[in-house]
Design a protein around this ligand. Sequence first.
Ligand code: HEM
Length: 141
Amino acid sequence: MSNSTNEDSSYGVSDSSYIAAGKEVGLRKLCSDFYTLMDTLPEAKLIREMHKDNLNLMTDKLTLFLSMWLGGPRTYLDKYGSTNMPKAHSSFVINEAERDAWLLCMDKAVEQQSFRKEFKDYLKKQFRFPAEMIRKTSRYS
Ligand code: HEM
């Protein structure tokens, strides 16, 4: 059967997810919307407070991190050096509530994009893996 709807499995191949997300411009908009939601949703207050007042640096870091994570350019490494997600989050208390608040902002941000529905569903599902990994490795969990 042909795969005209681009099922889950094809987004993980090479840079197809990076392309589906609209490359760096698309990811920058996603991350900017994500932090705007974190900044405004009452449900996100508990994680907004962990972040600095100015979210511009985090918007850039998350944009470039996601580019790499979705198979695109590895600019993050040149600009910010190597990355270790558990270590980067180790000084924060991240339990179920914090994980779910992060995912809520990301789900809503993904929904605001002009991505295909299949890609939105795929992406929302994929974010659950690093979010859960970060919760599990949080030393307070
Ligand atoms: C599970 C819930 C999560 C919470 C509560 C959380 C919270 C945070 C906080 C408070 C910071 C530091 C912000 C600062 O320095 O101003 C941070 C950094 C970061 N987070 Fe998360 N995060 C979560 C999940 C994720 C996920 C799932 C990803 C990736 C898909 C991610 C990617 C990053 C990146 C790339 C950085 C920058 C790391 C660095 O500076 O070395 N985070 N996060």
